[in-house]
Design a protein around this ligand. Structure first.
Ligand code: DMJ
Length: 563
């Protein structure tokens, strides 16, 4: 197990294409993936921009100030007030200009000063949380609060790394909005016997009387970054301590036999209602935030919980051969019963593809390469990722693909860590399939069925905030986020937070130990060795996976139209 952080700065990895010269023979995989020309990179950079602006401009034209764009009908949508049980919509849409808020820092990353400032002013003038909308605490935290905090921090950054992003007369309004929103979420933490929050809140009236006493693990345990940053900016410990208490309680209720968590818990009794333990829906970002909280705030306890969980996950969920090595079925992380570690079912879901990115952040690059390759093979088979894929039947169990970012997110992390052109090809494949299958009249639509490629009239806000951002950053090699990667951390919604001394301080504590910020990406905190050493020379200089293992992966998912 590795303990390397900030591997995104692996600038010590030399350019790869030329190194193929040293290799004796070329196989078809080398030919396809071994080189990515500068011209091609610039074309893809432009293509990723075009993709973003097609969606963004259409949202502004047809949907603003509503929450989301309907990309087929060219109209906007907000909460489904007529049908409160439509949680697929209502958990996320709060009648609060969701897409524009969620997109703010993508505009900054793309260096669009004019549009960023215009958007901030529109939000200042139009955003009001005093609405009778019942939303999910988790979704509104990661999409809305995270976006507001990220944009605020970009605006007040004295070095203005993305250009001049300071709107005239800015007086911290985005921070005030984030504060107002967080205050409206606080009742979710009241009247719960465990301290684990209710899953939903009405922004005007508090916890709805009919709210269930159950929440998913990621819903309750993925709040620490946003709540912690808010607390530290305000000098008010309340938000961070509530978010941390929820994590502590989840930690306390993990199985004392396996060390695993379930995916749904009763917030009054602490009993696990959903005993499936995996890395996908309902639990994915819980693990991600244990590690990211440590990176952001430097609290060793977060790292300890993450490290322990990481070992447990590998022990109980991982099946198959070693990565890039050995015989047998290719590696896969499966869903298990939290009490026994027995395999619980035969599907994996699309959200789990973010795990490879977490593995990269943890310095476990070889494992990340393999867990990513499995999902890329599935992508190649369908030109999208089905929401659930049955690895035994080699077919999707749940057919839709709502433009999720996780695979391109992991692709981005792996490219930053290895600089291997393979990952630029993966990004190109993803971008091309999105243009081929998901492009609609005025935006990009959810793929309703990955087999038939029929579309649904919905473009979720994370398409602009994450999918397009990671694609763009993958190809924008000189972007400040890439050249100064140790200074930034992506939230689970792809929002950028600066890793800074200011946010490491708890102004409410009189004396605080100085927690050092890991400086150059590359130092293993245990061994003091360069992080570059964790990438085998094969993965650095040749394909990240040996061809025969890539081929095995393709066979495992039933992909036959190889290369
Ligand atoms: C996003 O809102 C976040 O990435 C979250 O952690 C998981 N789901 C979506 C995207 O798929």
């Amino acid at each position: 197990m590795y303990y390397h952080l900030f591997v995104l700065m692996l600038s010590c990895v030399p350019s790869v294409g030329r190194l193929y010269l040293f290799r004796g023979s070329w196989d078809p995989y080398d030919t396809k993936y071994g080189h990515f020309s500068e011209t091609e990179r610039l074309e893809m950079l432009q293509a990723s921009k075009n993709m973003f602006y097609f969606g963004y401009d259409s949202y502004m034209k047809y949907a603003f100030p509503q929450d989301e764009l309907n990309p087929i009908n060219c109209s906007g949508r907000g909460p489904d007030y007529d049908n409160p049980s439509n949680i697929n919509i209502n958990d996320v849409l709060g009648d609060y200009i969701l897409t524009l808020v969620d997109t703010l820092d993508t505009l900054a990353v793309m260096g669009n000063e004019t549009e960023f400032k215009k958007a901030v002013n529109l939000i200042k003038d139009n955003l009001d949380f005093d609405k009778s909308s019942t939303v999910q605490v988790f979704e509104t935290t990661i999409r809305m609060m995270g976006a507001l905090l990220s944009a605020h921090l970009i605006i007040i950054d004295p070095s203005q790394p993305f250009g001049n992003m300071m709107p005239i007369h800015y007086e911290g309004e985005l921070l005030h909005l984030a504060h107002d929103l967080a205050a409206r979420l606080l009742p979710a933490f009241e009247n719960t016997a465990t301290g684990i929050p209710y899953p939903r809140i009405n922004l005007r009236h508090g916890v709805p009387p009919d709210c269930i006493n159950e929440t998913c693990t990621s819903g309750a345990g993925t709040l620490v970054l946003e709540f912690g940053i808010l607390s530290r900016l305000l000098g008010d410990p309340v938000y961070e301590s509530l978010a941390r208490r929820a994590v502590q309680m989840l930690w306390k209720y993990r199985s004392n036999v396996t060390g695993l968590f379930g995916n749904v818990i009763n917030i009054q009794t602490g009993e696990w209602v959903g005993k499936m333990s995996g890395l996908g829906a309902g639990i994915d970002s819980f693990y991600e935030y244990l590690l990211k909280s440590y990176i952001m705030f430097g609290d060793e306890h977060d790292l300890k919980m993450f490290n322990e969980s990481y070992e447990t996950i590998k022990f109980h969920m991982r099946r198959g051969s070693r990565c890039n090595n050995g015989e047998g079925n290719p590696p896969i992380y499966v869903n298990v019963n939290m009490m026994t570690g027995d395999t619980a079912n035969t599907w994996i879901d699309a959200l789990q593809s973010a795990w490879s990115g977490v593995q990269v952040l943890n310095g476990d690059i070889e494992e990340a390469i393999c867990s990513h390759a499995l999902y890329y093979s599935i992508w190649r088979k369908y030109g999208a990722l089905p929401e659930r894929y049955n690895w035994q039947m080699k077919s999707p169990d749940v057919m839709f693909y709502p433009l999720r970012p996780e695979l391109v997110e992991s692709t981005y992390y792996l490219y930053q860590a290895t600089k291997n052109p393979f990952y630029l090809h993966v990004g190109k494949d993803i971008l091309n399939s999105l243009n081929q299958h998901a492009k609609a009249e005025c935006g990009y639509g959810t793929i309703h069925n990955v087999n038939t490629k029929t579309l649904e009239d919905r473009m979720e806000s994370f398409f602009l905030s994450e999918t397009c951002k990671y694609l763009y950053l993958l190809f924008d090699k000189d972007n400040h986020v890439n050249t100064e990667a140790s200074k930034w951390l992506f939230s689970t919604e792809g929002h950028l937070f600066p890793v800074s001394r200011q946010l490491r301080k708890k102004s409410w504590e009189e004396w605080q130990p100085q927690t050092p910020i890991p400086s150059a990406a590359v130092v293993d905190v245990r061994t003091n060795k360069s992080n570059c050493d964790t990438v085998s020379s094969d993965s650095r200089y040749f394909l990240p996976m040996k061809s025969r293992y890539l081929e095995q992966m393709e066979l495992a998912v039933g992909l036959h139209d190889t290369l």
